[in-house]
Design a protein around this ligand. Structure first.
Ligand code: SAM
Length: 213
């Protein structure tokens, strides 16, 4: 994502009640934070937040946590949440490397990875959010029946991901190379990137990873 630095973003984020400022203190206690027993779904690399705010509006009985490491980008999601004030949505400024410090074992029921940075060079493969390094982190926080849902327009990243996941002990399900013309399109909520790439005629790839070990 091309980043335009927004100087006022960080001070506004730091003051916002819609952002969790000490997420590590909530490890194992997120249900208390939301004040209910609803499932917890997170989006890692949420970007400007269209996807997660839409899901939070559609599903009031699910708690959503939007995770983004770039403050100028999270700020755009925060602006949406400031308008919507959704009680079932919390934002966190965090690098995915730290997910296991923020969530306890089996605390998360679903992880969305949407249009993750592809890092095309082999020497950067471990930076991909579907590399074995990150899959091992997701395994620590996902519930037994939990799943990772992954969408991208980048076929190279997609093929890498659906190959890496099984070799890291995950099951790969519901694979499509053209989500919008597949049986999985019903109920699909588009992200900012998805809208842009699909309007340019690019097919969207999508797969689900589950892990029962
Ligand atoms: N998911 C959004 C969408 O589909 O429109 C944004 C996609 S954008 C290409 C990828 C986003 O992931 C960027 O906003 C980037 O800052 C964020 N990101 C990349 N690596 C991350 C990491 N390790 N931890 C948290 N966020 C990350």
């Amino acid at each position: 994502m091309r980043l335009r630095h927004i100087a006022k973003a960080l001070p506004i984020i730091e003051e916002s009640p819609f952002v969790e400022h000490d997420p590590k203190s909530l490890k194992g206690k997120w249900k208390e934070r939301f004040g209910n027993d609803h499932p917890i779904h997170i989006e890692v690399g949420m970007g400007k937040g269209k996807f997660i705010t839409s899901l939070a509006m559609l599903n009031p009985d699910i708690n959503y946590i939007g995770i983004e490491r770039a403050d100028s980008v999270l700020f755009r999601a925060l602006q949406k949440q400031q308008e919507l004030q959704l009680p079932n949505l919390v934002l966190i400024l965090l690098n995915a490397d730290e997910l296991a410090l923020v969530f306890g074992r089996e605390e998360v029921d679903r992880i969305y990875l949407n249009f993750s940075d592809p890092w095309p060079k082999d020497r950067h493969a471990l930076r991909r959010l579907t590399s074995e390094r990150y899959l091992n982190i997701y395994r620590q926080i996902l519930s037994t029946a939990g799943r990772v849902e992954f969408k991208t327009d980048n076929k190279g990243l997609f093929d890498y991901s659906i190959t890496t996941a099984p070799s890291s002990g995950w099951n790969v399900l519901d694979v499509t190379y053209d989500l919008h013309h597949s049986i999985y399109s019903e109920g699909n909520v588009m992200t900012e990137y998805e809208e842009r790439f699909s309007s340019e005629g690019n097919p969207i790839c999508r797969a689900v990873f589950t892990c029962n070990s």
